[in-house]
Design a protein around this ligand. Sequence first.
Ligand SMILES: Cc1ncc(COP(=O)(O)O)c(C=O)c1O
Length: 473
Amino acid sequence: MGNPLAPTWLDQPAHINALDAKVWPRHASRRATGEVEIASVGVSELATQFGTPLYVIDEDDFRARATAAKHALESAAKKIGTSAKVYYASKAFLSTEIVGWINELGLNIDVASGGELAAALAGGIPAERIGLHGNNKSLREIGRAVTAGVGAIVIDSEIEIERIASAAGAQDTIQGVRLRVNTGVHANTHDFLATAREDQKFGIALADVPNLVAKIRSHSHLKFLGFHQHVGSQIFAVEGFVESTKRLLALHAEMLAGGDIPEINLGGGFGVNYKPADDAPNIGYFADAISAVVEEQCAKLGISVPKLAFEPGRYIAGPAGITLYNVGTIKDVKVTDVAAPAVRKYISVDGGMSDNARTALYEAEYHVTLASRSSTAMPELARVVGKHCESGDIVVRNDYLPADIQPNDLLAVAVTGAYCYSLSSNYNFMTRPAVVAVRNGEARLIIRGETEADLFARDLNYQATHANKNEKS
Ligand SMILES: Cc1ncc(COP(=O)(O)O)c(C=O)c1O
C-alpha cells in the first residue's frame, strides 16, 4: 500500500530501480552494478569529475528530439501542400554549443532578448534564421537585430512598429516582421504558463490588429510576414491550439485584402512527460492536428494555405537533460494534520531552487531515482528538497525512493533539460552548476560550473579589498 500523503496520481512503483523510458533520456540505463549511466558514462564518474549538482545532457537524445520535431512539423505541413519553419525556442536552454547543434540540424532559432540574440549569433547560426521576440525590446536590441539581419522580429506592441521601421530605415534595409496576436484562447495548462489570455502582457488584441497591420504596411522598410501566436506551455491537449489557430486564420484571411501574407507562426508549447504518470502526446499528433485545422480553415475561408512556423523549446530540450545531486541530510517528518497521518521522508540535496526553480514557480512535479546504485529496499514516499533558506525550496515534491537512501548517494532528477539552467540563479550565494554533454561514452563540459570567484566577480568592494590581496599573496 502506498503512503496516504502521496497524491492520487502517484502509485508506489513495482520496480524501484527501473528507468521509465517515458521520462529518462534515450541513452540512460542501469549498469549491472546498479549505477545509472547516460550514453555509457556512469553518474559517479560524472559527479567525481564535474561535481554536483550537475546538469547532464544526452546529446544524441537532444539532437534526435530536435530532428524529430523538425521532421514531424515539416512533414505535416507538406501533407497540406505547404512548408514549415521550425524555430528552437532557445529560452528553454541556450548556450553557444546548443546553437551549433541547432544550426547543424537545420532548425531556426527563436530568441527573446539581446543576450539570447548575442548567444545565437556567437553560436554561428545565420542571422536570417533567427526570430526575435519580446514584449519590451529596447532600441538597442532592435538596432542590433536589424543590423545583424535577423529574419524576423515579432512585434508585440504598437510602438515597436515605428521603432523597427526607423532602425531598418537607418540601415536602409527591409526588416521582416510578424505581429503577435493575443487570440484570447486559454491553453489547457497551469495558469501561470497560459500566455494567450486577454488579461496579460503579450500580444495585440484581435480588435486592434487591422490598424496595426495597416501601419506596418505603410512602412517601406518593413515586410509583413504574418501573424504569430503562442497559446501556452506544457500543453497536452490540442484544442487550445486548434481554436486559437482558427481565430488567427480568420484574421489572416481578412487582412489578405490589403496584401500578401506569406506565413503564420503558431508558436510552441508542446508538452512533455515529467513523471511516469504523465501521458504527453507525441509532437506528430500536434503537428497533424494543427495542420489539419489549417487546411480545413483555409478551404472554408477560400484562401491558399500559408507557410507555417513553430517554436518548440521544452519538447526538444526537456527530456534530454537530467540533474545529478548528492544527498546530504535526511529527515523523517511525521505529518499529523491530515486525515491519515503518515511519515514523509525529506531528503536534502546540494542544490535546489537555484538550479531548478520550476517546482517553486509552477508547482511542477518531477521524477527522481537513486542513481549511484540500485537498492533492494522498499519504496518510501520522499520529498527531495534543496539547501536554500525557503520552505518552498523543493526539487521533487512527491516520489518514491528506496527506504535505504544514505548521505552521499547520488540522485538523478529527470526532464530537467528545459527551463532549469535557463532559470537558474545565485540565490543564497549558491554557484550555478556546470552543464555536461554526454555522447558515446564521452563527457564534454559545455558550461563550466561557477566558482566562489564568480560570485564576487561583480562585487566591486570585494574586488577592491580582496582580489588585489589575492594577487599579491
Ligand atoms: C513566444 C514563445 N515561443 C515559444 C516558446 C516555447 O515554449 P515551449 O518551451 O513550451 O515549447 C515560448 C515559451 O515561453 C514563447 O514564449
